[in-house]
Design a protein around this ligand. Structure first.
Ligand SMILES: *Cc1c(COP(=O)(O)O)cnc(C)c1O
Length: 378
């Protein structure tokens, strides 16, 4: 028997309370049974997003939320700035280009954060930039960008909105949508929310809704204005993913019981312990600046293929972490500490990494990283 441990940056493990809540019989989405369910999910999401804005609930993966954040607010040919510091930054560029936007890319070296001053310079120089797109956590590199500072820059430009993909950052990071002037914040159920894949969440500010009025792009499924009107009636535009929304309420209940501050603190501590443990066995972090609290990207030792580490972890020990993507493929592996994660997930991950590295010929003193985690978490 190979018992499985899920330590990937999405999908992430789902607590039994949430799984059981989703095992109940299906209810009808237009019935009176469902209205309070959606009402509660709506309010729970506002609490988690730290916002008074509407938080739309979409039946799609996170990328659906990203697509809607482009084609509901812009017009063909409009200029936007995309921060591209990894695979997911690149996704913003591809989506914007698919819809005919004029994309200026701010390319950031993988493993580094964007300098907010550069964004400010670009906005000053080019008043035609109508949107700034970024990731909170760039999952491919494990880097967390300084969303707060950038939000406070973009707010000074009346016709420019700030769009943040926080799909892998929400729940692990304290992201203050309203206080930091984030116009659009995108989340996804299979990351920090402790849910299966299938829901995207998008908060939209009044500044962004104004821009929505002038956006003439083609859209049918992701029509945010219609979703907003439905949300006001505790409905969604099409059939609601009732099961996942029931699970969402259960997950939010668990997070509320823990308290938002404690949720962030737990992720901070787990991320810190993971980083110190890998360093203690002589490995380097791939994130050279601002490593995130969601996922730790680790450089494979010289001469050892990062993909082999990832594959051996899974095949020999049942531990599903993540490899590298694109240009980082083979060079890194990634361990997530996101959502339903605690000290023993980290211990499982680090001990398996030690065993795999030793079997691949890397000189590791078994238990050194594990002891580091124990020390730091006690
Ligand atoms: C996981 C992830 C996504 C969305 O991926 P889906 O497969 O569409 O859910 C987008 N951005 C980031 C930063 C992610 O980590």
């Amino acid at each position: 028997m190979l018992k499985r441990y899920l330590l990937a940056p999405g999908p992430t493990p789902v607590p039994s309370e949430v799984l059981l809540s989703m095992a109940l019989p299906i209810i009808h989405h237009r019935s009176a049974d469902f209205l309070p369910v959606l009402d509660s999910a709506k309010k729970g999401l506002q609490w988690l997003f730290q916002t008074k804005n509407d938080v739309l609930i979409l039946c799609s993966t996170g990328t659906g939320g990203m697509v809607g954040s482009v084609n509901n607010f812009f017009n063909k040919g409009e200029k936007v700035l995309v921060v591209n510091g990894g695979k997911f930054g690149e996704r913003w560029t591809k989506i914007c280009q698919t819809y005919g936007l004029d994309v200026e890319e701010l390319v950031v070296e993988w493993g580094y954060t964007v300098k907010p001053e550069i964004i400010e310079e670009k906005l000053k120089k080019n008043p035609n930039i109508k949107g700034v797109f970024i990731q909170a956590c760039e999952t491919s590199t494990g880097v967390y960008h300084d969303i707060e500072t950038i939000g406070n820059i973009v707010k000074n430009y009346a016709d420019t909105i700030f769009i943040v993909d926080a799909i892998s950052a929400l729940v692990a990071h304290d992201i203050r949508t309203d206080e930091w002037n984030i116009d659009i914040l995108v989340g996804g159920s299979q990351k920090g929310f402790m849910l299966p894949p299938g829901l995207a969440f998008v908060s939209v500010s009044e500044k962004a809704w104004k821009k929505n009025e002038n956006s003439k792009m083609e859209r049918f499924y992701f029509n945010f204005k219609k979703e907003r009107e439905n949300l006001a009636k505790n409905q969604t535009n099409f059939t609601s993913p009732v099961t996942l929304i029931i699970g969402l309420n259960e997950a939010i209940k668990l997070l509320q019981k823990e308290g938002l501050e404690n949720v962030f603190r737990r992720h901070r501590r787990l991320a810190h312990a993971t980083r110190e443990a890998v360093k203690s066995i002589g490995l380097n972090l791939y994130s050279k600046e601002s490593p995130s609290n969601s996922v730790t990207a680790v450089e494979a030792p010289i001469g050892i293929d990062g993909q082999l580490i990832y594959k051996t972890l899974r095949e020999k020990y049942g531990v599903t972490a993540a490899g590298g993507q694109d240009r980082a493929k083979g060079k890194i592996f990634r361990l997530a500490h996101l959502g339903y994660s605690d000290i023993f997930d980290i211990i499982v991950g680090i001990s398996a990494v030690e065993m795999v590295l030793k079997s691949l010929g890397y000189p590791v003193e078994l238990g050194k990283g594990v002891a580091k985690v124990q020390e730091l978490m006690m």
